[in-house]
Structures are given as C-alpha cells and as structure tokens.
Design a protein around this ligand. Sequence first.
Ligand SMILES: [Zn+2]
Length: 363
Amino acid sequence: MNKPLASPEQEPCPVCGRAKPRADKNRGPCARETPKNNRMNEDIDNFLTGQLAHWPTAQHNYAALSRVRVKTLDVDGTAFRVQCNPARIVSSAARVDERSIRQRACFLCAANRPAEQEAIRALEGRYDILVNPFPIFPRHLTLAATDHMPQRIAPRLADLLCLARMLPGYTLFYNGPRCGASAPDHAHFQAGSRGFLPIETQWTSLPAERLGGCGHSSLYGLNGDLRRPLVIDTADEAEAAALFHAVCQALPVPPGHAEPMLNLLCWYDTPHWVLILFPRRRHRPSCYDAPGDGRLLCSPASVDMGGVFILPMEKDFERINAADLRQILSEVCPSAADFDELKQRIRSAWAASTSNPLLKEIP
Ligand SMILES: [Zn+2]
C-alpha cells in the first residue's frame, strides 16, 4: 500500500512558517492563487472610473490632482519632484499618537468608511481594494486588511508580494506605524501608478553593494544616496521573506516601537519582485514643528522616499529648495556611518540565517 501524500498543511515553509502547497514546492510558500493580471488591471480601472462617477470627494480630488503644481529639485545629483497637494493635509497633518488614534473612528474599517466608498475583495477576502480619495498618483489605491489589526509588515510581507503580482500596473507601498501610516492601528498597503516614482528607475544606476542572496534573490545596499536604500531583487517569495527577515534582524527597534522604522516599495515585473526598503531614524523632520517662518509641513513617507515630496501648503511649496530637502533627508534617514554599520549587521544576519539548508549562499 502506498504511503499517503502529506497534506499541504503538514509542510510548513521553514522560512516564513506558512502552509506550503505541494504543487508550489519550488515556488516558495505563498503562491496561494494565480492572479488573472490583465483582468484585474481592467477591473480596477473600471472600479476607479465608477467611483469617480459616484463619489464627489474622490471626483473633486482627482480632478484637482490634474492641476497640482510640481517642481523638480536636484539634491546632490538626484532629481526629486515636489508636489503641492492641498488635499493631502489629512495625511501630512494626521495625529498619529496613541491617544488620538484611540479617540477617532478607524477610517479603514468597513463600518466607518464613506457611504460612497466601494471595495473589491482580494486574497481570499482578507483585503479590500479601495480607491484612495486623497490621491497623489493618477491611480491611487488603498489595500486595507478586512480585519482591524495593527500595521505590521513581518506577518504581511507575503501578502504584499501577492498583491504586487496581482497589480502589475502599480507600485505598492507600506508605511510603518511610526513612519507615515495615518492609520497605524489598521493594517494596509497603498498602490499607485507604476512609473510615477523616480526611484523605480533611479535605483538601477546607484552603486549597489551585495549584502546577501541565494538562488533567485539578491539583497543590495545602494550607496551614494542620502536615502540609504536597501533593495531585494527576487523571483522567489520564500527567499524574499528570508532576506527581509535578515534586514529586520539588523535594523534597530526603538524603545516603544513594535518593529523597525521603515518605508517599503514593491513592484512586480514577471518573474521578479523589486522591494526597496528605506530605513528611517525619525518620522518627521525638525522643520515640521519649527516655529514661525522656519516651519515646513513635510511628513515624509514612502512616496517622498520614492522621490516625490508631498507638500500640502502652497507657501511651503514656494519656498522649499534643495538644501531643505537635503536637511530633511539627513534627519529622517540613517547617516552614512549608521548605514555602513547597518550593512555590516545585515551581512552577519544573513550569514547566520544561511545555516537553513534551503538557502544556500551563492558566492
Ligand atoms: Zn480599522
């Protein structure tokens, strides 16, 4: 009598702990469904069109987006765009301290959303795809967990990869609970039109220092950029999870925080994901609270790190210059010395993790 095959549940991924479907044995643990990419892009486009037709707030803000003022600033050879976007005051000036969060109704929970806001269910009902009514991108979505759970990246990295594969026309992003998320109490990603953020193309021309990798994946530190980006270029979800874990092991977790401070971008070009991770040492720069004329309402998150700074105040947009941006980045991103130390810790964390027999280091 043949031995019965083990059920998928009996074979958890040794890296991320999720059930690993037998048919996907060589594809990593998280290929839970085959997305119908073209159909999904079409569905989302129709969804956005429908929402703009029936939701006055979204309609007004998307129409205003086509008229926003934009300027380009060169910071040490890197081009940044600055977008003057008054509708984003809701995010830039959001109070995200614990008390304020407790006292407000969560705007990502279905029960509290505007009556006009509709949703497309994704990932077996665990996420709602929503139109973001305060857009930065020509197409701007919020991907909200259907449960009210805190914003955390480690347990949701696999979801981010799945959602990025489902939405090839988009760059997805994650703002840490203390790094720009205006709903730190409700897990969510956002997604914006691909090709909008300068970093999507800039990163390939920055000097890349390989910090680790295995079969289908590499992890790099990008040098010569004030944002100190780290990049995971991967064709395998389990390897991506292992590399991301090594980075998180190496990053400090400040007292009182639940995870390292970071912003994360992710997009999918068959068969590769690119994840760009920006370690942060501070959420808001000193100019955010500066008195008088020194005040600049600038609250950097993933989009700003991606190369498009969002300023809701017209007077701030008028006066901001390259020196201001350089100062802001130097305050919210690691210093060059801290980045060197971080890269060394990542190498060590990765070397320690490669004792896992599934992840052989390729010299
Ligand atoms: Zn909620």
